[in-house]
Design a protein around this ligand. Sequence first.
Ligand SMILES: NC(=O)c1ccc[n+]([C@@H]2O[C@H](COP(=O)([O-])OP(=O)(O)OC[C@H]3O[C@@H](n4cnc5c(N)ncnc54)[C@H](OP(=O)(O)O)[C@@H]3O)[C@@H](O)[C@H]2O)c1
Length: 358
Amino acid sequence: MSQDTTKQTQNHKIAIITGTTSNLGTNIAYRLLHEIPSDYRLTLIVTSRTLARANECIHDIKKYNEQTTKRKGILDFDYLLIEMTDMVSILNAAYELKQNYNKIDYLYINAAQGVYAGLDWIQATKECLMNPVKASTYPTYKLQKVGVKSRDGLGLVFQANVFGPYYLIELLKELLSKSEDPRVIWISSLMSKPSYLSFDDLQLLKSDVSYEGSKRLVDLLHLAKYKQLYDQYGIKQYVTQPGIFTSFSFFKFLNPFTFYGMLFLFYVARLMGSPWHNISGWKAANAPVFVLTADIKHDKQDVKYGSACTLTGKEYLKNLEIDPTGKDDVLNYFQTLKLEWDEKLKNQITNTRKPYGY
Ligand SMILES: NC(=O)c1ccc[n+]([C@@H]2O[C@H](COP(=O)([O-])OP(=O)(O)OC[C@H]3O[C@@H](n4cnc5c(N)ncnc54)[C@H](OP(=O)(O)O)[C@@H]3O)[C@@H](O)[C@H]2O)c1
C-alpha cells in the first residue's frame, strides 16, 4: 500500500452501531460526529430491523450534523437490516459488509430486547414509595415472559442480546483486524448481577429475568474473550454500561401520566444521590464513546465502564468491577454453539440485494 493510500484509510473511519435507532444508539452516533476528527471521512452504518426506521435515523443524524457538528470531511451513511434473533439475517449482514468494505473500525453492540408482558403496578407503587432510588435502578416490577424461543429455536433474549451479536463479531473479526485500531464495544447494564444467571439455564429459557441474565452473560463473555481478540486480531474490546436513561422500548406500557411519573422518579433518584440516573441518552453514551480512545495500557479491559452523573447532571465515568465466576464455562458454551451454527449455515445462500442504495 502506498503512503497516500494508508493515510486515506487511516483518515476514514467506519463505524457500525447495532440498534442505531434506539435513544442510546442515536446518541452514540451524535457523539461520534464530535469525537472523530472533523476532517476525517466518517461512514456510519446504521442498523435496524426495518428500513423505515433506518431511514428515519439517518435523517436525524444528517440533520444533527448540519445543525451542530458541521463536519469538514465526508460523512456518509449505509444501512444494514439485521434481526439478531435470526442467524441467517446475521450471516447476510456480515456477508454484505465483507462485500462492501475492506475494513471496519468500530463495532458497537447496542441492540437489545427483553420479552416484556407489562408492569406489576401494585409492586411498582410499593417499591417507588419505599425506595425510589432502588425502584428506578433495580426494578423488580417489570414482568417478563418465560420460555420464549426464537424461530431458530434458541432462547429469544439469549440470541438477541448475546449469541447473535457474538456470532456477528466472530464473522467480522477479519474485517475488524484490517483497521489500524479496531474496537468492539458491548453495551451491558447495571442490571447484570451474578444472581440473575443460572448456569443450568444459559439460554435463559426458565428465567423470569432473562433481560438481566443476558447482560450478565455479556459481562462474562467479554471477560473470557477480550485478551484473545487482542492477541489474535488486534481488536480492543470493552464493556460499558450507560446508567439509566429514557428508553423508547418501554413507552408502549406507559401513558403520559406514568411517563412523566417515571421521569420525576429518575430526577428524585438523582437528587437522592444516585450517580446512575443520566436520564438523557447523550450522557448515557459517555462511557461507550470514551472507550473508543481508551488506551489498553492504562484503561483496564476487565472492568465495566459506566456513564455516571453528579447531582446537577454533570457527566463523569465510573467503573465497576465484574465478578468473573463462570466466564470460561460461558465461553465454552458459546464456542460449541457457534460450531453447531457454522455447520447449520454452511450451505446457506446469502441474499445481499438491497431495496435501494445510498
Ligand atoms: N434504557 C436504559 O435505561 C438502559 C439501561 C441499561 C442498559 N441499557 C442498554 O442500552 C442499549 C440501548 O437501550 P435503549 O433503551 O436505548 O434501546 P431500545 O429503545 O430498547 O431500542 C432497542 C434497539 O435495539 C434494536 N433491536 C431490538 N431488538 C432487536 C433484534 N432482535 N434484532 C436487531 N435489533 C434489535 C432496535 O432496533 P429496531 O427497533 O430499529 O429494529 C432498537 O434500535 C441496550 O443494549 C439496553 O440493554 C439501557
